[in-house]
Design a binder for this molecule. Structure first.
Ligand SMILES: Cc1cc2nc3c(=O)[nH]c(=O)nc-3n(C[C@H](O)[C@H](O)[C@H](O)COP(=O)(O)OP(=O)(O)OC[C@H]3O[C@@H](n4cnc5c(N)ncnc54)[C@H](O)[C@@H]3O)c2cc1C
Length: 269
């Protein structure tokens, strides 16, 4: 899979701070200089602010303002004042994820919007069913062990060596994919509409998606989908999303990644 950022709110952390200051300010945030709005916020120690925040800062804010932003942003997250994080948005383009992943991520309804590549207007007649091409490669084709919590060997496979297991899995997986794609092509040739012929394509068929979400939703989805019990592919996507998010909102996601990730879902318990 590949993940790219199409677009994102500019100055997202200033946006969060301004929204939060609005709640406790007599002054109108629209008429008050940002530095002045941050006057009353405590100044964090220089070394409380993570290294990568200092490395990535672009000189827009004075050191003291960065330290105040750190105080405010981490305070908001720690105290569950998540509303201000709903203002900044980011749009991702995901290439080559499975339709299984798509079914999981599109269960999220709040603060996220999707566009999904069509199987009606995009034909798969030339698609190559080799794992890693038109269908995703699953980890069990490379790793003879069990991936995730739910795998189990039957008696027939329990005592087999790694090469035997890998070979057997690859043969089974590849044969199933080839059969499906061949039937799909045959059905098209028999005059079946693509939106109906697609019924025989596997859930592992790759799809491209564009999705836009706000920073609060991003943290909520990461709470659920970066967790150890989430499926490997959606976990992989979530890790990539979090990496990009840390480049976009460095203070917020440096804090999230260090202090909140892999803990119990806190954003929408
Ligand atoms: C490991 C794992 C396994 C899963 N297995 C299954 C499964 O087997 N079958 C299955 O169907 N689903 C499964 N899911 C999906 C899960 O049940 C949720 O539907 C999905 O993760 C969307 O999350 P969300 O409810 O937080 O929705 P979001 O759309 O992300 O909503 C965010 C938050 O808004 C609030 N909210 C949104 N809509 C409502 C509403 N209508 N009423 C009240 N509050 C609302 C909730 O607090 C919610 O957490 C699984 C998820 C995970 C992470």
């Amino acid at each position: 899979m590949k993940l790219t950022v199409q677009d994102s709110s500019e100055n997202p952390e200033e946006q969060v701070c301004k929204a939060a200051r609005n709640d406790y300010e007599k002054r109108f945030v629209g008429e008050t200089d940002f530095e002045k709005l941050m006057d009353e916020i405590g100044t964090a120690e220089y070394d409380e602010v993570p290294e990568n925040v200092w490395e990535q800062r672009d000189g827009r804010y004075a050191n003291t303002v960065v330290r105040k932003m750190w105080t405010l942003l981490t305070h908001l997250v720690e105290h569950g004042h998540y509303g201000p994080f709903e203002h900044p948005h980011i749009t991702f383009e995901a290439k080559g994820v499975s339709r299984s992943l798509m079914a999981q991520i599109t269960r999220h309804r709040v603060g996220i919007t999707f566009d999904i590549q069509s199987m009606r207007y995009v034909g798969f007649e030339d698609a190559d069913p080799t794992p890693g091409e038109a269908v995703v490669q699953i980890p069990e084709l490379e790793d003879p062990g069990i991936c995730g919590r739910n795998g189990e060997f039957s008696d027939a496979y329990e005592d087999q060596d790694d090469d035997y297991i890998l070979e057997a899995r690859r043969r089974e997986y590849e044969a199933a994919m080839k059969r499906s794609f061949k039937s799909y092509r045959n059905l098209l040739e028999m005059g079946t509409a693509p939106e109906n012929a697609r019924m025989v394509l596997p859930i592992g068929t790759k799809v491209n998606m564009v999705f836009t979400l706000n920073a609060r939703t991003l943290m909520h989805i990461a709470d659920m989908r970066a967790a150890a019990d989430a499926q490997w592919e959606i976990r992989e996507l979530t890790e990539k999303v979090l990496e990009k998010a840390e480049e976009w909102m460095t203070m917020t996601f440096a804090y999230y990644n260090a202090e909140m990730k892999n803990r119990k879902n806190r954003l929408a318990p």
